[in-house]
Design a protein around this ligand. Structure first.
Ligand code: ADP
Ligand code: MG
Length: 581
């Protein structure tokens, strides 16, 4: 006991020395210690002392390496809190990033008094911004476009600016801000310190640096430091048409409170969001086609946990900066190695643990193997959880809840005992039988297994790669027999077996969670549409929705009649199940 206590103390001292050795103000050290920063990240360790010496800096590092503190801490150190004038301009590519950086600086400045930081971006009420700028703001964090606006209007004064920061300069270039950056920098006082961060160094950025930075120190973080070690990474070998099912199983099994699902296209994002919503998940999409206001709304709901699953494209990945994301799902394997790193970096932030799950279809395994090599990381193969696993976990949870009730010794339990006692005596059933039946009722409809992937889990990516090589490669680049076609045939056949071609599968937005039983659905359909119960085929009740097979001839009529129908007091919504024509 005594020993471990001593060890802990020593460790803390060392860690404090880590940041303290950089020569930062005690109030800043206290704030970052509150935030749980133990030791400076490599980019911080290199950049902070150089910036504090007053030298210009070019920092090259990927997302998630801690750049905000790398430029933010020395800047806060330098700002004169007594002087109520604009002293620093930070440029960021997007409004989300401007807000993020501003928030992060606020956190560092927690124990400093009289330092005012203002995010300035398009779409926000400019009058409010003007008032904020007049009101003694010392640090402005803005997008180039909006900063230019203020310059044109003369609502921003640069006379006292001693520091300029370009955050994600390459990204600003990509977004077409190169001219704005040039203009802004040339309008700032020449006597100033300039710090530039950029993941890559395209020619335009090098030119910009040559023009506006003086003898900059170059600080680089090697690529291998990209992957955050706390992120456990798994992958699953999945059939293309079962991706959503596998995704849902993983979410049901691991129950992440907040998760981000990445798709490669905007269209897929929209489709998947619809699918997830219909399955009862609180999901929203985030991609470049949404307006700023829509994006803000989605991010706001996510932050407040009103949305649990954020489905996004890579374009917006950088803007997703929420600290308690437990899981990232790669619904599609990213096109680019670096995207993979950006994506999984959305979880495991601020020293928390996180998990990344990737769904691999067929030859995508090669892409994943490249990623593994490039990131010097390990992506572990996993078997797709079976429905048995999921049912087991679900029943455990129900029983846990029951035990919790018992432990609370609720007075109403007495009454329940009496009821059960009477029934056990009268019907000659055992308490065990009754408990089993009650558990089953709580479980809702238990799904049955069908094939989603090859049952055998490969030991590693190389082995999985080999499997595809064995089965597909011999047919050459141009395909030949190709397993995809086989899969299609198989699928069609299975569907015909499931239910005759004369039946259509309909979706209805109520399920076991709403205590809906097959009889309720048949009754409603028969009653509302005035058809016989014979029209209705198989009914598959899931947790928050159900599928109903209906005679093709009557499908339209049923859907129309069910438009304003109610089941168990709930207004229901019925449509063709996904993939139905
Ligand atoms: P970047 O701008 O390089 O993408 P950020 O500055 O946004 O990275 O930092 C990523 C995350 O890591 C943030 O949540 C931040 O609070 C956290 N962080 C930064 N520096 C440290 C540190 N030294 N120790 C622990 N967490 C840190
Ligand atoms: Mg950043």
């Amino acid at each position: 006991m005594e020993v471990s206590k001593n060890e802990t103390i020593t460790e803390n001292e060392n860690n404090e020395a880590g940041f303290a050795a950089l020569g930062l103000d005690e109030r800043l050290l206290r704030a970052i210690s509150d935030m749980g920063f133990d030791a400076p990240s490599p980019i911080q360790e290199q950049a902070i002392p150089t910036e504090m010496s007053g030298r210009d800096v070019i920092g090259q590092a990927q997302t998630g390496t801690g750049k905000t503190a790398a430029f933010g801490l020395p800047l806060l150190e330098k700002v004169d809190s007594e002087l109520k004038k604009l002293q620093a301009v930070i440029l960021c590519p997007t409004r989300e990033l401007a807000i993020q950086v501003s928030d992060e600086l606020h956190r560092y400045a927690k124990y400093l008094h009289g330092v005012k930081i203002l995010p300035v971006y398009g779409g926000q009420d400019i009058v409010k911004q003007i008032r904020g700028l007049k009101d003694g703001t010392q640090i402005m964090v803005g997008t180039p476009g909006r900063v230019m606006d203020h310059m044109r209007r003369g609502t921003v004064k640069f006379d006292h600016v001693h520091t300029a920061v370009l955050d994600e300069a390459d990204e600003m270039l990509d977004m077409g801000f190169i001219d704005d950056m040039n203009t802004i920098l040339s309008e700032l006082p020449e006597e100033r310190q300039t710090v530039m961060f950029s993941a890559t160094m395209p020619r335009e950025i090098v030119d910009l640096a040559n023009r506006f930075l003086t003898d900059p120190a170059i600080v680089r973080v090697a690529k291998k430091e990209l992957t955050v070690p706390e992120i456990t990474q798994y992958y699953y070998d999945v059939r293309p048409n079962r991706k959503t099912e596998v995704l849902c199983r993983l979410m049901d099994l691991y129950e992440p409170k907040l998760s981000v699902v990445f798709c490669n296209t905007k269209r897929k994002v929209d489709e998947l969001v619809d699918e997830l919503k219909s399955r009862g998940y609180y999901a929203e999409g985030l991609h470049g086609d949404l307006s700023q206001a829509q994006r803000d709304r989605v991010m706001g709901s996510f932050r407040k946990h009103l949305v649990e699953v954020l489905v996004a494209t890579d374009v917006v990945a950088r803007g997703i900066d929420v600290e308690d994301i437990d899981a990232v799902f790669n619904y599609d394997i990213p096109q680019d190695d670096e995207y993979y790193v950006h994506r999984i970096g959305r979880t495991g932030r601020a020293g928390r643990s996180g998990t990344a799950y990737s769904l691999v279809v067929g030859r995508e395994v090669y892409k994943l193997r490249d990623i593994q090599r490039y990131c010097k990381t390990r992506i572990i193969p996993q078997a797709i959880p079976s429905l048995g696993d999921i049912n087991e976990i679900r029943s455990e949870k129900i029983l846990d809840k029951a035990v919790e009730i018992l432990e609370k010794q609720d007075a109403r339990l007495e009454k329940m005992f009496d009821i059960l006692d009477k029934r056990i005596f009268e019907d000659e059933v055992s308490s065990m039988d009754l408990a089993a039946a009650l558990l089953m009722m709580h479980m809702g409809e238990m799904k049955t297994e069908d094939d989603i992937a090859d049952a055998r889990v490969p030991k590693n990516l190389d082995e999985l790669g080999k499997r595809y090589e064995d089965t597909e490669r011999p047919h050459g680049r141009f395909g030949g027999k190709g397993s995809r076609l086989d899969g299609k045939k198989l699928r069609v056949k299975r569907r015909n077996e499931d239910r005759g071609d004369d039946m259509v599968r309909l979706f209805i937005n109520v399920g076991s969670r709403q205590r809906v039983k097959p009889g309720d659905i048949v009754g409603a359909i028969a009653g509302e549409a005035g058809v016989s119960g014979q029209v209705v085929g198989a009914i598959d009740i899931r947790e928050s929705y159900s599928f109903v097979d209906v005679d093709r001839k009557n499908a339209e009529k049923v859907m129309r009649a069910m438009r304003n129908a109610k089941i168990r007091g709930l207004t229901v919504h019925m449509e063709r199940a996904n993939g139905e024509k």
